[in-house]
Each structure stands twice: as C-alpha cells, then as structure tokens.
Design a protein around this ligand. Structure first.
Ligand SMILES: *Cc1c(COP(=O)(O)O)cnc(C)c1O
Length: 293
C-alpha cells in the first residue's frame, strides 16, 4: 500500500546559526488517526490477522494511547472488530471517545489486572476469532514495518533522531540502518524515566546497537509528564516551523535535538533527520496548558 510521508527540510534560525541541516520524515502525514509509527507498527500485524482469518483485534493501552486510536481506526478500515483493554479506572477523554467512534469496544481494567495481558486476552469469548496485538503495537512484526522507513529515504544522514516508548520503532530503524550498511548514528530519546532499558529492547530484535545513542535526560519527569520549559519550547517550535508537534513524544525529541545543537554537539554541515512519529491527537490532553499570547 502506498503511503505519503515526505522528507522535508526544516527551517529554523538555530540550524543556520550552528550550520546544521535538519530534515523531517513526516510520518505524521501518513494518516490522521493511524498516525506515524503506529501505522508502520500495525501494518504486518494486521496482514497476519487477515491471513489467519481473525475477526477481532484485541490490544492494550493507557487512556491517551495513540496505539488504541490507531488500532480502532485500522479495524474500521480493514473490517476487523476491535477490543481495547484500557489501563485504570473508567474515564472519558477525546482519544477514547474517538476510539469508540471507530467502533472499538473499550474494557477498563485495574492496573493490577492490566499487567497480565495474556489472562485478559484468554478470558474473552470466541478466542479463535481473536488476534492479540501487544501494548503500543510492539513486537517483531512492528519492526518490519518500521525498518521500511529507512528504505524510503532519498539520502543518507549523519544522524537520525526518534522517540522511544517501548523501543520497537527505534529497533526497526536500527535494523534498517544496519541493512543499508549506513554509518548513520541513531539518537533515541526515551520519553519515560529510567529509559536505559530501551537499549535491551533494541537488542532483543537482534539489531546492533553499535550506532545507537540514548539521550536519557529529556523525559521531563516521566511518561506524559511535561514542564513549562517543554511546553514553551513546543509552542515556539510550532510557531516558527509550522510543523505541529506535541509534548509527549515529538516535543521531547525536538527539545533534545535543539539542546544538543545549542551545546555544539554536531559538527558543521551535519545532516540530521528527525522522525516525526505522529501522535498529534495526544495534544488534546495538553492544549489548555499552553501560554496565552
Ligand atoms: C507510540 C509512539 C512512540 C513510541 O514508539 P515505540 O515504538 O513504542 O518506542 C513515539 N512517538 C509517537 C508519536 C508515538 O505515538
């Protein structure tokens, strides 16, 4: 299936000042709801579900999960029913409401129950019709989809930046870089605290981590946590580039990139690619926090 994800040069005064070139892989443009890396992570999972004649896709996520929304919309697109187990007590928010609009059945479970995903899956009816996709869409099939991103690029880069939650996207990209025998350094920004584990996650998929660098100091307090500094940065970035980012994933990566540029981390004429992993509906949970002009 053809996707639209252009590779665009980003203009920002900071890049000129430090003589670096920054490009963005616009995976956010793939689809408004099956967005960014979630499209890539679902692709081979859904193919497998169809090949196995499954009727229902079952998956897991938090209350603001981009993956739940992507799966709900993909289910509606490919004629598969969807069930989403949501971590924590029942809440309503725009992301969950949109999941329901796409026909997803939401089942709220306690944080304790949520830990045992297999148990939740096996207690469902008509087990043989059901296809399980991990939380965040993570897994081997997801890396196959993510590594294709590298084959789509028109040029080799010195540096590639991406966000990590589970690390599956980073693993796919690392595999793509290895396959192409590029010298590119992969910079991964874990968006949660204690993100060291991401390196092990990448290794799990037999991807070499020789060219991978983790930047552990840009989580801003943890997953989905923000600070005024980050919010102000996101606001400035969006206004000056006209590219929408959000504070949970892409905002943290862009912040890390700008911080490293300011610190003189990159040599002159470095070519840097920023992977826009999408997920802009996450903004709906933060909009009221931005400063009024
Ligand atoms: C889910 C998500 C990620 C994290 O991807 P992983 O493969 O879990 O590391 C990054 N960016 C956005 C926008 C996401 O929605």
């Amino acid at each position: 299936m053809h996707i639209y994800s252009p590779e665009q040069k980003v203009e920002h005064p900071l890049y000129k000042q430090h003589r670096v070139e920054v490009f963005m892989k616009r995976d956010d443009m793939i689809h408004p709801f099956i967005s960014g890396n979630k499209w890539r992570k679902l692709k081979y999972n859904l193919q497998k579900a169809q090949q196995e004649n499954k009727k229902v896709v079952v998956t897991f996520g938090g209350a603001w999960s981009n993956h739940l929304l992507a799966t709900a919309c993909a289910g509606a697109t490919f004629n598969l029913k969807t069930i989403g187990f949501v971590r924590g007590e029942e809440v309503r928010n725009p992301v969950l409401d949109m999941c329901r609009l796409f026909g997803m059945k939401l089942l709220f479970v306690s944080r304790e129950e949520y830990k045992d995903k297999d148990a939740l899956f096996y207690q469902l009816e008509n087990k043989d019709d059901n296809f399980l996709i991990n939380e965040g869409g993570s897994g081997l099939e997801a890396t196959w989809g993510c590594k294709e991103l590298i084959s789509e690029l028109k040029q080799e880069y010195d540096h590639i930046f991406c966000a990590a939650g589970t690390g599956t996207t980073a693993a796919g990209i690392a595999i793509g870089i290895n396959d192409h025998k590029w010298k590119t350094l992969l910079h991964v920004v874990p968006v949660l605290k204690n993100g060291e584990f991401i390196l092990d996650e990448i290794k799990k998929f037999n991807a070499s981590t020789d060219q991978t660098i983790l930047h552990l100091d840009y989580h801003f307090g943890g997953y989905a946590k923000t600070k005024p500094d980050l919010l102000a940065f996101v606001q400035e970035f969006v206004a000056s580039t006209a590219i929408m980012i959000e504070p949970t994933y892409t905002g943290k990566v862009a912040y890390a990139l700008h911080d490293l540029i300011k610190k003189g981390y990159f040599t002159e004429n470095s070519r840097i690619l920023f992977i826009h992993t999408g997920g802009l509906t996450g903004l709906l949970g933060h909009l009221d926090k931005f400063k009024k002009g």
